[in-house]
Design a protein around this ligand. Structure first.
Ligand code: F6P
Length: 361
């Protein structure tokens, strides 16, 4: 009989995390009478002494929380829980510490809310520790396999679309080509969806090759048809023409995606008359207030995750498919990602609108 469950948010934050924590808490307590414990800062809370955990109650969610971006439990997208750490002067495997803490809490099951990277780590951890696990997909990148909508994605697309709405008037006022660089890692979902919704003229995604010449021709064509400005959306992992990724080395030594917008701005400026400006949207895509759709998906995922535990089904991930929540095996999802296929109907929509989307027919 399940009596106590734990919940954690792992990986990069996004909008809708507080809404899913609320849904899990309400369902587990109101329907089943269980206790719910929120583990702080992803798996980091389990590595602290004392273990960083709070008991969650419906009263935690009486007010604004479900409307707020971020995760009030905190998250972590750094470090490998399978690395060696020092504790009390001794060298130990971090995963052993995490698993031992989990056992100390005497939790019957764990709900982990994460993207493809986190789900892979949590799969390995929970297998090693023999922990009853349910995964919930969240990521603005929307790249979790077999899942049409991840929590946080809709809000990120909305933010990027709003940015295009705000760039268009200033582009027109100054006769410029405006470039918007959006997140999404190796998947072009945010760029493709916001580009169509925000009236972009050019959409570049990592999945489709392009040429600077192709973009320039398109901008010249727009000009010759009488329009004085253009909007270009580019996903952060789009490569330069030489096939290299645009990256930035941070002071912590980490190399992160960034800079493709500036590269394109310079290259387009060189071979067209178009004056270019670049906006890098960055983390505003993650911190916004969740859209109604993200709150709905978060709520549906939270309820289903608790029901799966009640049914004694573990090692599953809840997913959105065909207008509803289903569950699939964690083993089928972990470590795999979902990028845009060339046969995606939205590619045809973009082409049908006359958007330059790269060198495809
Ligand atoms: O995976 C989510 C994401 O926001 C990516 O779109 C982006 O590349 C990355 O995380 C940014 O990570 P960080 O918050 O570490 O800068």
């Amino acid at each position: 009989m399940v009596k106590k469950i734990g919940i954690l948010t792992s990986g990069g934050d996004c909008a809708g995390l507080n809404a899913v924590i609320r849904a899990v808490t309400l369902r587990a307590i109101n329907e089943y009478g269980w206790q719910v414990f929120g583990l702080k800062d992803g798996t980091l809370g389990l590595m602290r002494d004392p273990i960083d955990v709070i008991e969650l109650r419906p009263s935690n969610f009486d007010g604004n929380l479900m409307r707020m971006g971020g995760t009030f439990l905190g998250s972590n997208n750094k470090g490998n829980p399978f690395g060696i750490i020092k504790k009390n002067g001794k060298k130990i495997e971090a995963s052993d510490v995490i698993i031992n803490s989990f056992k100390k809490l005497e939790l019957d099951a764990l709900i982990g809310i994460g993207g493809d990277g986190s789900l892979k780590i949590l799969q390995t951890l929970t297998k090693k520790g023999n922990i009853n696990f349910i995964g919930i997909p969240k990521t603005i990148d929307n790249d979790v396999k077999y899942n049409e909508l991840s929590i946080g994605y809709d809000t990120a697309v909305d933010v990027a679309t709003n940015a295009l709405d705000m760039l268009q008037p200033t582009a027109a006022s100054h006769r410029r080509a405006m470039i918007l660089e959006v997140m999404g890692r190796d998947a072009g979902h945010i760029a493709l969806n916001s580009g169509i919704a925000g009236g972009a003229d050019v959409i570049l995604i990592p999945e489709i090759p392009y040429t600077i010449k192709g973009i320039a021709n398109h901008i010249d064509k727009i000009r010759s048809e009488g329009r004085n400005h253009a909007l270009i959306v580019v996903a952060e992992a789009v490569k330069k023409e030489d096939g290299k990724k645009a990256t930035v080395k941070f002071v912590d030594g980490e190399v992160r995606l960034g800079g493709i917008g500036t590269y394109l701005g310079d290259e387009i400026y060189k071979i067209t008359d178009a004056e270019t400006r670049v906006t890098v949207l960055g983390h505003v895509q993650r911190g916004a207030q969740p859209t109604h759709r993200d709150r709905l998906i978060a709520s549906a995922f939270g309820v289903k995750a608790v029901d799966l535990i009640a049914d004694g089904k573990f090692n599953r991930v809840v997913v959105w498919q065909d207008r509803g929540v289903k569950d699939v095996s964690l083993d089928d999802i972990a470590g795999k990602s979902q990028t845009i296929s060339i046969s995606d109907p939205l590619i045809d929509v973009a082409k049908g609108l006359g958007i330059y989307i790269g060198d495809i027919n």
